[in-house]
Ligand binder design. Structure first.
Ligand code: ADP
Ligand code: GLC
Length: 497
């Protein structure tokens, strides 16, 4: 099975969130599962720099507003996976993140930038750009790569089967319908059965309407997005795809996230010996200016600061949790960046509670590891969460997750109910309504459990014993690729009647 993965982010070269972690880990897992995998990535400066042994596949000339576009093939220096890089300096080589300038504004030419990615992926899949390697499956991730599915669909002759994975339905890649002509698609794609979405152009819809199969990153989110509450206006489109939509849970990259070997930690630990975790906690408290106190329950949050993540609930629940005299009060460490209002609210909370609340408003990968290792509990109070990775990392590090019962969080954490504790199944704490009251109660419950060291240890060890592996996910993707290729081939057979 030859698989071409198309995406805009890849850890460790370009990362704004969990998409990068997935694209960083999935290719190798697919290779182990028996697939032949290549990636197609936009030529952001760090991606171009991370490509080794590169050779030019072809010169594409001037397309999508770029003066010159060169398609290179090489190996990613960090994992040896083969990757095509779309080197279009005019579109991709700039300072900022993949989607936005440093001032937070969307790049004005995102339509051209990500249409080009999808267009190259589709033409690679058609065998037009590299006739030496033609994939059986084109697997596009999120709206950034979704146009590949429309470009494949617009040529009836293209045999490649397509899978589209939704990592987050809330980010849809919406553009002005006036720019439709820039895409080079026939006008029949400009309708509501195509890319049109409430008077705009939706790249997300290219994946939802035209991929042969759709996946998302947890079974529960796959069910949720078929409802009005979580469907972001696209639930009807998703329901119409019926059983062609499924959920495959993300895994954890054990080479990056392992408390016994993590290069970012001063001290290591494992389920067999947790001593190093206490050392990590003290080091984190010291680093962040929290009171160094082994007995204070330290809650951590590592997150993009957006409304998705339910962080306003944390701000509201905080005063009670800090002053909860009966439980001795908690400590809170927050790492995140994004929404300026949330940033200033957390900074204000830190100055109101010195030694008890610490905030780090920056993107910093090594610090994220120290936070997840050093904390006792990990907060993930999201309003919606397609999968969520920080609770999975927390489980591996014996850091007990406290999550909202939603999306992938509900699939991956077992709430510490009396029954679950008695059966030794519990791995964390959950709350239902998206209210600060419900979150506060769960924090109180967690704090009480923390005061019972036997129980806390039981929860931590049960969490560490979970196995959210990429191996399992890769096998599911491979099985899906196989059935998708088969049914596509069957569709192409001439009808016998
Ligand atoms: P999302 O993709 O919605 O942001 P996930 O939980 O799937 O949520 O993935 C978030 C990823 O980004 C995790 O790897 C987490 O450790 C990382 N992360 C989030 N914020 C930061 C930050 N400020 N610094 C470093 N890593 C961060
Ligand atoms: C998205 C989602 C997150 C998921 C990640 C990786 O960014 O918000 O829940 O874990 O993609 O699939």
């Amino acid at each position: 099975m030859k698989v071409l993965l198309a995406a805009a982010e890849i850890f460790p070269l370009v990362k704004t969130g969990g998409l990068a972690d997935v694209v960083g880990a999935l290719p190798e897992a697919l290779v182990v599962a028996g697939a032949e995998v290549r990636l197609v990535l936009p030529g952001f400066p760090t991606i171009v720099a991370g490509l080794e042994d590169a050779s030019v596949v072809c010169e594409l000339g001037a397309v999508f507003g770029a003066g010159r576009v060169t398609l290179r093939l090489g190996r990613l220096a960090h994992n040896g996976v083969a990757a095509y890089v779309v080197d279009a300096p005019y579109l991709y080589r700039r300072v900022g993140n993949p989607y936005q300038a440093n001032d937070g504004s969307e790049w004005p030419d995102n339509l051209q930038r990500f249409a080009l990615l999808g267009w190259v992926a589709a033409h690679l899949a058609a065998g037009e750009l590299d006739p030496l390697w033609i994939p059986d499956i084109l697997h596009a991730h999120d709206w950034h790569a979704a146009m590949a599915c429309a470009y494949v669909a617009c040529h009836p002759g293209m045999g490649v089967a397509t899978v589209f994975t939704i990592h987050n339905l809330a980010y849809q890649g919406l553009f002005s319908l006036d720019d439709f002509h820039l895409l080079g698609l026939p006008s029949r794609f400009m309708v509501s059965h195509g890319l049109e979405f409430h008077g705009q152009l939706s790249f997300m819809k290219a994946g939802l309407k035209f991929a042969d199969r759709i996946t998302t990153v947890s079974p529960n989110y796959a069910r949720e997005i078929a409802t009005e509450e979580f469907g972001c206006g696209l639930d009807g489109v998703i329901r119409a795809r019926g059983v062609q939509v499924s959920g495959i849970l993300n895994g954890v990259d054990g080479a990056v996230w392992n408390p016994a070997t993590d290069v970012h930690l001063g001290s290591h630990f494992s389920a067999q010996s947790l001593d190093g975790k206490a050392v990590c906690k003290a080091a984190l408290q010291k680093e962040l200016g929290l009171r160094v106190d082994a007995s204070a329950p330290l809650f951590a949050l590592v997150s993009r600061l957006t409304s998705q993540k339910g962080l306003d609930l944390v701000l509201q629940a905080l005063p009670d949790a800090i002053n909860g005299a009966a439980e001795g009060g908690i400590q809170l460490a927050v790492q995140g960046n994004g929404d300026p209002e949330l940033e200033s609210a957390f900074l204000a909370a830190a100055s109101a509670h010195p030694g008890r609340v610490a905030v780090c408003m920056r993107y910093d990968e090594p610090l994220a590891h120290r936070m997840i290792a050093g904390a006792d509990a990990m907060l993930v109070p999201s309003r919606f969460e397609p999968c969520g990775l920080t609770q999975l990392y927390a489980l591996r590090y014996g850091t007990v997750p406290l999550v909202r019962r939603v999306g992938g969080l509900a699939d991956t954490v077992v709430d510490a109910t009396p029954d679950a504790i008695a059966a030794d199944l519990a791995t964390g704490f959950m709350f239902g309504p998206a209210t600060s009251r419900a979150l506060g109660q769960a924090m109180q419950q967690a704090t009480q459990a923390y005061r019972n060291p036997m129980l806390w240890r039981q929860l931590a060890l049960r969490g560490m014993a979970q196995n959210f592996s990429w191996e399992a996910a890769a096998n599911q993707y491979l099985a899906l690729y196989t059935t998708t290729v088969q049914s596509k081939a069957a569709q192409r057979l001439p009808s016998s009647t």
